[in-house]
Design a protein around this ligand. Structure first.
Ligand SMILES: Cc1cc2nc3c(=O)[nH]c(=O)nc-3n(C[C@H](O)[C@H](O)[C@H](O)COP(=O)(O)OP(=O)(O)OC[C@H]3O[C@@H](n4cnc5c(N)ncnc54)[C@H](O)[C@@H]3O)c2cc1C
Length: 335
């Protein structure tokens, strides 16, 4: 592990300034559950770590005019029990409930999850983000059973590691991004945050050196219902094989608008626009859920060892829709 400075700013502006120094060769420290893993393996070598946990505004969950705002230092454990989230955002709660690692629950954060580096074994073994050798993709010809089945025609074949992104996109969440200068603030829909890189140096998000996520904002309109289904291999320390988060406005039993977002199937969270469009005007039934799930995976282009993931992704979409149907039929459901 390389030597690095440790900085603990107490304001957002100070954090942005500290991150922009050293030519931006710095890293944000939130829970550190994954960052220390990357540092240990020399996969990242920042000159400075900027710890966000002493900035008071980042440790809060607050009510906004149209929903809630969650600080980047709020842990998953706190979110699970927070009264402002109770009975709302079912898609988000399902993800929190699926994380069974006590370490990740008590230290991990939403923003840390969104910025997670891929779990691709080529990347984690030092072959770079795209795992290319002499212009050839090692993934294409090698072990690729956990890699992308959608959006994999470009150089990136890994799957986005974020477990929360599909739920946040389905819920229409935005990110508040601070930096690179101390007073610069940008609001960005979560779906615009992710990048499928064309080069090893591009990274997996739009964040530039000196920028960090200060808050995640989730709107709550009172009529949108949401659900998530994650296909997990084990009940312990684990990442899903495929996930789907869905949201919809349903009135008189008919879907008026819908969003379907799949996770762990593509280098970025995958929004199934045409499948969601096909749901509009329909009732949520076993049959409509199955045919919409077929549409969601129709563009899949599996690699040599991961055809099985197509069926798993299809199942995730269908079951997420059926969970949504349960909520809307009882109508005591949550947004
Ligand atoms: C051994 C191990 C097991 C794990 N098991 C699971 C599991 O079972 N389930 C699961 O879902 N996840 C798991 N994870 C992944 C990870 O712990 C979680 O996703 C966690 O939520 C990440 O949050 P964090 O705050 O600890 O991120 P950190 O480790 O602090 O950061 C992760 C990355 O995000 C960047 N970052 C953090 N916050 C910000 C911010 N506000 N702005 C900009 N960049 C930021 C960091 O610089 C770093 O690059 C595991 C990780 C490891 C190493």
């Amino acid at each position: 592990m390389n030597h690095f400075e440790y900085a603990r700013p107490s304001t957002e502006g100070e954090a942005a300034t500290l991150l922009a120094e050293h030519d931006g060769n710095t890293a944000v420290l939130a829970g550190g559950t994954d960052l220390f893993n990357l540092l240990n393996r020399d996969l990242v070598a920042p000159a400075r770590l900027v710890d966000l946990k002493s900035i008071p505004s980042l440790g809060e969950v607050t009510e906004t005019l149209d929903g809630v705002r969650i600080g980047a230092a709020v842990t998953l454990d706190t979110l699970a029990r927070h009264p402002l989230l109770a009975g709302r955002f079912a898609a988000l709660h399902a993800v929190i409930d699926g994380i069974h690692s006590i370490q990740v629950q008590s230290m991990g954060t939403l923003a840390g999850d969104l910025c997670l580096a891929p779990n691709c074994w080529y990347y984690r073994s030092g072959y770079g983000l795209l795992a290319m050798r002499d212009g050839e993709s090692l993934v294409e010809t090698g072990r690729n059973e956990h890699h992308a089945i959608l959006g994999n025609r470009g150089p990136a074949k890994f799957v986005s590691a974020s477990r929360f992104a599909p739920a946040l996109i389905a819920l229409g969440a935005r990110l508040r991004i601070v930096g690179p200068s101390a007073d610069e603030v940008t609001l960005l829909p979560v779906e615009a945050f992710f990048v499928s890189p064309k080069t090893d140096r591009q990274g997996t998000t739009v964040l530039r050196p000196g920028q960090f996520i200060s808050h995640v904002e989730i709107p709550a309109d009172g009529e949108t219902r949401s659900a998530t289904y994650e296909v997990l291999q084990t009940e312990g320390l684990d990442w899903p094989m495929a996930t789907a988060s869905v949201s919809a406005v349903v009135s008189s039993g008919v879907v008026r608008s819908a969003r379907i977002v799949m996770g762990h199937v593509a280098p970025t969270p995958w929004i199934a626009h045409s499948a969601a469009q096909a749901l509009v005007g329909q009732r949520l039934t076993e049959e409509s859920a199955a045919s919409v799930a077929d549409l969601a995976v129709a563009p899949a282009t599996p690699l040599s060892e991961n055809e099985y993931k197509v069926q798993i992704a299809r199942t995730a979409v269908k079951r997420a829709l059926l969970r949504l149907a349960e909520q809307t039929s009882t109508e005591g459901g949550v947004a």
